[in-house]
Design a protein around this ligand. Structure first.
Ligand SMILES: CC(C)(COP(=O)(O)OP(=O)(O)OC[C@H]1O[C@@H](n2cnc3c(N)ncnc32)[C@H](O)[C@@H]1OP(=O)(O)O)[C@@H](O)C(=O)NCCC(=O)NCCS
Length: 152
């Protein structure tokens, strides 16, 4: 991960900034209320990446959860001006470590079929396609690929 960045657990005070980033990064963003519910959930993992400097700036975030040994990456995003310097893979690795520490043996996620950047990010980390959910996404309507990673 290049540059002066740090990853830390997110908290409720981060929700407005993350909601704004959601609107920048996704066509069907999570609401602030939806995000806040993640912080109230003990099964949840919420990490943010900030660029350090005179002013801390939100650069990216990841949400995940683990239930009965099975984990799910719920969302990951990096703000456009911070992309392609390794923050996405840094956030993903931090979340995977956290989930493993909470007892996960496998991790699932959904990704839009057309999202080549994200598919490469996940593929590089060892995720493999195990299914398709037809018309899973809205705005625009699109199939989801279901990806899976098993810890060894
Ligand atoms: C997907 C996303 C999180 C990647 O974040 P990032 O910080 O740019 O990713 P990294 O710099 O860590 O790149 C990791 C790998 O992902 C792949 N990748 C990322 N962006 C890519 C691009 N524009 N083109 C091709 N491959 C890309 C590459 O394999 C890359 O490794 P490399 O740089 O060694 O080639 C970011 O593009 C994003 O926020 N997209 C919008 C939100 C989104 O689609 N999230 C996924 C929801 S399932």
């Amino acid at each position: 991960m290049a540059g002066p960045f740090r990853i830390r657990p997110a908290n409720r005070a981060d929700a407005p900034g993350i909601a704004e980033a959601e609107r920048t990064c996704f066509s069907d963003p999570w609401s602030e209320d939806g995000l806040a519910s993640l912080f109230d959930n003990s099964t949840g993992v919420a990490l943010i990446c900030e660029s350090e400097g005179p002013v801390l700036r939100l650069a990216g975030y990841v949400f995940a959860r683990v239930i009965a040994g099975e984990a799910e990456i719920l969302n990951i995003a990096v703000l456009p001006e911070f992309r392609r310097v390794g923050l996405g893979s840094g956030l993903l690795s931090a979340a995977l470590d956290d989930l493993q520490g909470r007892g996960a043996s496998s991790v699932f996620l959904e990704v839009r079929e057309s999202n080549d950047e994200a598919k490469r990010l996940y593929g590089a980390r060892g995720f493999r396609a195990v299914g398709v959910r037809t018309d899973y996404y809205r705005k625009p309507r699109e199939n989801a690929l279901v990806l899976r990673l098993d810890y060894r």
